[in-house]
Design a protein around this ligand. Structure first.
Ligand code: PHE
Length: 340
């Protein structure tokens, strides 16, 4: 009987050790330790043995049973670890490696300027609005008192889409959207992207950025326009810088003017940046044309307003002395990293 038990032990331990899967291991447990197993049977027969044999065989059986149990539980552990390893990527993570440096991003200089402009106007009591970049001819031209024959409407100046819409050529159509939706008093700026069919060079880009300012209320005068512009320019470029107007024409303002600011490089003395004129061109302005007010069903006898539009690219180039507008749109990291 001792030999039988030894054989059983040998068979059980080998089968358990070579078992490769957890469910088969459970079958082995039932086979060698279960109620119908040989060991259970032999244990039940102990009473039939002689007094001398009983303790010897009993001991051996119990020892063997314990041994098989231990073997099964250690094999179970090993198979569980193996299973976990297989389901995970094999590569170990080396915590002694130096960390990868994180590159610090920064806002594009154009958007730094954009935000600063917004903040100045917010502090002056303006609201920020945005309008669509894809416009109808009505908003971009007709409602802005720009007749069919106006050169700005030419195919060679404006990007038309197949469906008859177009990429806005200025932020001025936002004036119409705002006045259609709200009653005076209006005090907004509308920054955004604009598009013109221009060949790119150092000072032209088919995509560029403007912001529109519009104020409409009872009793708004040209002095309000001048005062607002001057406070803005001083806040942005410093107390010494002021603006001047040159008579000009825009279809949607009357009277209209072009805006210059004192050259921020030479304070008006004359230098390369201002081509020795002492002044830098910044954009357009004027009193809202009564025809535009009528178009949006405002009472043009009661309300007056002013509007101006300035180039955000132009301001950015001046602030950072960027010589070529195309640099702003190239995403060259050597340029962008200077603004971190
Ligand atoms: N939209 C004009 C331009 O792009 C500028 C402008 C805005 C002029 C508002 C007058 C009033 O040239």
């Amino acid at each position: 009987m001792t030999e039988e038990i030894q054989n059983l032990r040998g068979q059980a331990l080998t089968e358990i050790l070579t078992c490769k899967d957890l469910s088969k291991l459970e079958n082995l447990r039932i086979k060698f330790l279960g109620r119908k197993s040989k060991i259970s049977f032999l244990l039940s027969q102990i009473g039939k043995l002689s007094k001398e044999e009983r303790p010897v065989i009993g001991n051996l059986l119990n020892k063997t049973k314990k041994e098989i149990e231990n073997q099964i539980s250690s094999r179970k552990e090993a198979l569980q670890i193996l299973k976990r390893k297989k389901s995970k990527p094999q590569k170990a993570f080396d915590i002694t490696l130096p960390g990868r440096p994180t590159e610090i991003g920064a806002k594009h200089p154009l958007f730094q300027t954009w935000e600063e402009i917004e903040n100045i106007f917010i502090s002056l009591g303006f609201e920020i609005v945005e309008g669509p970049e894809i416009e109808t001819e009505y908003y971009n031209f007709d409602a802005l008192n720009t007749p069919e024959w106006h050169p700005a409407r030419n195919l060679s100046d404006t990007f038309y889409l197949k469906n008859g819409m177009l990429l806005r050529t200025e932020t001025s159509p936002v004036q119409i959207h705002v006045m259609e939706r709200y009653k005076p008093p209006i005090r907004i700026i509308a920054p955004g992207r604009c598009y013109r069919n221009d060949k790119p060079d150092a000072s032209h880009s088919p995509i560029f950025h403007q912001f529109e300012a519009l104020v409409v209320d009872v009793g708004i005068t040209f002095a309000d326009l001048k005062g607002t512009l001057d406070s803005f320019v001083k806040r942005l470029f410093g107390e010494k810088i002021h603006s001047r107007f040159r008579p000009h024409f825009f279809p949607f303002t009357e009277p209209s003017a072009e805006i210059d600011i004192l050259c921020i490089n030479c304070n008006g003395k004359g230098c390369k940046l201002c081509k020795n004129t002492g002044w830098l061109e910044m954009g357009g302005a004027g009193m809202v044309d009564p025809n535009v007010l009528k178009e949006v069903k405002y009472d043009s006898e009661k309300y007056t307003g002013f509007a101006f539009g300035l180039g955000i690219d132009r301001i950015t180039m001046l602030r950072y002395r960027i010589p070529d507008i195309r640099i702003l749109f190239k995403n060259d990291l050597r340029f962008l990293q200077q603004f971190v």
